[in-house]
Design a protein around this ligand. Structure first.
Ligand SMILES: [Zn+2]
Length: 142
């Protein structure tokens, strides 16, 4: 599975979603933790955590033919625009890595997939398998 970056929130019984942050001064939205203020209006009020839409549109992409060992190529690296005004760096999946099949502005939706497992000891000392999931975007039907 190809690498993916960003942040995703999961809670038991709830569909995973991307977490964003909204400026309470001007309403600008961001993705990524650790922001101390708004770069649009310079407000330093704490940003409010928001749930980002799972549907967006493909802004730009690149077909990656060479990567680090262990990462299967080719894969499609993309930036997806969400209605909140946030751009998300991700990989586009479930589509042929062929420029004839990928359209700028095409509707896409977020999915998550397990990318690996990790064994961890829980509080009682028993070994647990932790699933590591990552988000991707795939072409959407509507
Ligand atoms: Zn702002």
């Amino acid at each position: 599975m190809a690498p993916c970056f960003g942040e995703i929130w999961t809670a038991p019984g709830e569909k995973p979603y991307l977490v964003g942050y909204r400026c309470q001064g001007c309403g600008a939205a961001y993705i990524g933790e650790g922001r101390v203020g708004c770069s649009k209006c310079t407000s330093t009020q704490p940003l409010k955590e928001i749930k980002l839409s799972e549907r967006g549109s493909l802004y730009v992409y690149s077909i990656v033919h060479q990567s680090v060992p262990g990462v299967p190529v080719p894969y499609v690296s993309a930036i997806v625009d969400l209605p909140e005004g946030v751009s998300v760096r991700c990989n586009l999946v479930d589509i042929e890595p062929d420029p004839a099949k990928i359209k700028f502005g095409m509707p896409v939706e977020m999915i998550t997939r397990k990318i690996r497992e990790r064994k961890e000891k829980n509080a009682e000392g028993a070994e647990e398998t932790i699933e590591i999931i990552a988000f991707f975007f795939k072409p959407s039907q509507n």
